[in-house]
Design a protein around this ligand. Sequence first.
Ligand code: 76R
Length: 259
Amino acid sequence: MDPVAPSIGWGVLHLLYRVDRARAEADPEAAKRVVDAIDSLESDGHQALVFAVLGHKADVGVMALGPDLARLQAFQQELQGAPLEPVSSYVSLTELSEYTSTEDDERARLSSEEGLSGDELEAKLDVWRDRMAHYAEHRLHPQLPAKKLVGFYPMSKRRDAGANWYELSFDERKRLMAGHARVGRRYAGRILQLITGSVGLDDWEWGVTLLADDPVALKEIVYEMRFDPVSARYAEFGPFVTGLVLEPEEALRRVGVGR
Ligand code: 76R
């Protein structure tokens, strides 16, 4: 199978399924086949996060990500063999932000805000460069942490006559995104967010995946973001889904696949 590897970042599939109860009962080996498909995907250098969906939008969800889109599609196909009926899906790629501060931004900040120059400034800039490289690596090749809950929704930036994100200058967008990031950073440790890009790939422009232990954190961050101009004025949202992140076997058992 020819790999299809993005030149930057990884592929991400969010897959939602409903369990076909009749097939699940008639097929006691189904859970093992799904768990084997996940193990095999992971041993090929990809990750999968499985969750039992709260509410009736779906029964179970899988977020699968990794370097090879062909491998992800093969995995998706393997799941069809289980008693799982597709409900919806989302396709995106991990990406770096175009608004992250640059070395020049940081140099200017160290000089104007911290009054640094010369070797002192260069030393701080070295530390900063390291931190940013680490951060970029984490955004492009995230290692999903074990949290109890996952929230997912797609979103786009508005292109309305009076509020068109894409008609703003880069500097204005960057200034606005800095405000957005300030709000976001207040949730460090409580929320892990993964923003994956889907412009040209799926129906919305980004997938927002939030991981947390406390459902209140999911609710609060989205509420607070609504007041930030980037969301208040420029964001449109698709359907939200929330699930309990579990070991694959346990997630399947809770939705009636396997014992
Ligand atoms: O450079 C960076 O990656 C850090 C600054 C940052 C960017 C550029 C950042 C920080 N985000 C960025 C980009 Mn975000 N984010 C969302 C949502 O529900 C809503 O109203 C919006 C959904 C949440 C909850 C969230 C959380 N962010 C983006 C983009 C791409 C925009 C573009 O390119 O035009 C989208 C669509 C988006 C949406 N954001 C953060 C967070 C949090 C928690 C942070 C702080 C992360 C941290 O510093 O640890």
